[in-house]
Design a protein around this ligand. Structure first.
Ligand SMILES: Cc1cc2c(cc1C)[n+](S(=O)(=O)[O-])c1c(=O)[nH]c(=O)nc-1n2C[C@H](O)[C@H](O)[C@H](O)COP(=O)(O)O
Length: 491
């Protein structure tokens, strides 16, 4: 078949007939327009043109094969005949590229905060907006981190700590560390290769990776990037169409995923204003087939309309009937629901508020953990279920506090995204190594050789439940206008 000319594609440039070019091939997306999860607007913006650059960062390569009927695949385009958009100089982008060129050396990053600082200066606005944002005034996001500062250590001394072993098992799988890469969507916003960068770094460091439903890479790409005995878990947003969910879960088991984490704190994705402000209009198509979406405000809204808000405890037996994978409920925020998870026969829970991206003023995972464990012990249930937590973990001391309080492991999200966005795979590997070094040192200083020795006697948690000061309420204080200043005092 002769290659199509650019001028032929350009004639199909509206909703009545809409052709686009992706990776040098033409596609008739006219009938697909109303089904596009990210809405019609973003496609019509590129009607009759080459949209590869916009398409690539967050659409898995198999998207068009999976969602567009073969009859609409029009074949190769003679790209020499395609008029390329002349990009006017974008001063903001030029400044950003300048900052990228001048970013610190990777060896100058000494902790996870350093990666965030570099990412904030070097990431594209939409990408930073999506990764960094949290719900409403982002108080819970800051509380996730500051809650750890209300816990102090009671270290042991004169213990032979020459040999320290920070390895553990999680859900029956070996792990070199008691932390894992948690599920975070749209990896290609941070790095053109997306989630497979996290996979490769996780393999290098023996860290378990949770594969997100809303990944930019295809599920197969992420599984194919797994090496040897590397362990991956699946994070699931449950689709209103249970047939789609069943297919995803059973395929994940077939592909060797070792556990199913069902996310339950997002019956609707939270209101993340930084993300909305960046007016993200090109969401990932890993959202599942044919859902109408509102893409007027941020990626979160645009990619989450398929999520089933009717999900409830009564659905757990159905999940147990379609998979043998251990089932973990991710996003539990009170001990009563931990007990419900035990009663439902789940193998684990993640005490989590989704990194502060969901319900504002939800408590931190570490505080819920401190509430949960004594109750489970009292009921003799502490060995019936594995407890994980995530949110705000930025130091190995945070991980150690969680394990001392009874967590089996800790999920880490943004830090690995920032390390990837700023420095690619070497960045993620360095972030993991820094955490491992901190773990080993702090275990020694705590007077412990192995993870199993960590227990609550090593902590002073008296301050944990007293929220003497909530994290700063930046938006309020920046907007609040007091008449106290002479300038505004009425005459
Ligand atoms: C930072 C981030 C977190 C997301 C995340 C995307 C980003 C950019 N996304 S989201 O788009 O829907 O909100 C997911 C997700 O796909 N599924 C999920 O279960 N949790 C999602 N989370 C929550 C994540 O799994 C952890 O609960 C959270 O990141 C832990 O907090 P830290 O980032 O402070 O480590």
């Amino acid at each position: 078949m002769a290659a199509l000319k650019g001028s032929e594609i350009a004639e199909h440039n509206d909703a009545k007939s809409c052709w686009v070019i992706v990776h040098g091939k033409a596609y008739d997306v006219t009938e697909f327009l109303p089904e596009h999860p990210g809405g019609q607007k973003i496609i019509l913006k590129y009607a009759g043109k080459d949209c590869t650059e916009e398409f690539e960062p967050i659409h898995p390569p198999d998207t068009l094969d999976k969602f567009l009927d073969k009859s609409k695949h029009l074949g190769p385009v003679d790209m020499g005949t395609v008029e390329q958009e002349v990009k006017e100089e974008d001063p903001e982008e030029a400044e950003r590229l300048e900052r990228v060129a001048q970013k610190p050396l990777l060896s100058q990053c000494y902790n996870l905060h350093d990666f965030e600082a570099v990412a904030r200066r070097t990431m594209k606005k939409t990408a930073w907006g999506y990764y960094s944002s949290a719900a409403d005034d982002e108080i819970t996001m800051r509380e996730n981190h500051s809650a750890y500062h209300r816990i102090w250590f009671r270290p042991r001394v004169l213990v032979d700590v020459e040999n320290v072993d920070i390895s553990t098992t999680m859900l029956g799988s070996k792990s070199s560390v008691p932390f894992y890469v948690t599920a975070t969507a749209l990896g290609k916003l941070g790095d053109p290769e997306g989630e497979v960068v996290l996979t490769r770094a996780a393999h290098k460091h023996g860290v378990i990776q949770m594969i997100p439903t809303l990944a930019s890479c295809s599920f197969d790409e992420i599984c194919d990037a797994r090496k040897g005995e590397q362990v991956q878990w699946l994070q699931l947003y449950v689709n209103k169409d249970r047939k789609i969910t069943q297919r995803i879960v059973q395929y994940a088991e077939e592909r060797g995923c070792k556990a199913l984490f069902i996310t339950v704190d997002a019956p609707q994705l939270g209101r993340r204003e930084k993300d909305m402000r960046s007016k993200f209009t090109d969401p990932g198509t890993n959202v599942q087939e044919g859902q109408e979406t509102d893409n007027s405000q941020g990626a979160a809204r645009a990619i989450s309309s398929f999520i089933d808000p009717s999900l409830s405890w009564k659905d757990i037996p159905w999940f147990q009937s379609i998979t043998k994978m251990p089932i973990i409920i991710k996003g539990v925020q009170r001990v009563e629901d931990v007990i419900k998870a035990v009663e439902a026969g789940c193998q684990g829970v993640v005490l989590s508020n989704h990194g502060g991206r969901q319900l504002e003023f939800a408590r931190s995972g570490i505080e819920i953990l401190a509430e949960t464990m004594p109750v489970l012990r009292e009921l003799g249930l502490e060995n019936k279920i594995e407890i994980y937590i995530d949110g705000g973990v930025r130091r190995a001391t945070d991980v150690l506090k969680a394990i001392c309080l009874g967590a089996k492991g800790v999920g880490i999200g943004r830090p690995f995204l920032y390390a990837m966005s700023a420095y690619g795979q070497p960045g993620v590997e360095r972030a993991m190594q820094l955490l491992k070094d901190e773990m080993e040192m702090n275990m020694r200083l705590l007077g412990c050789n192995k993870i199993e020795e960590l227990n609550s006697s090593l902590l002073d948690t008296r301050a944990l439940f007293t929220h003497t000061s909530t994290p700063p309420d930046h938006l309020f204080s920046s907007a609040y206008e007091s008449l106290a200043t002479p300038a505004q005092r009425p005459k």
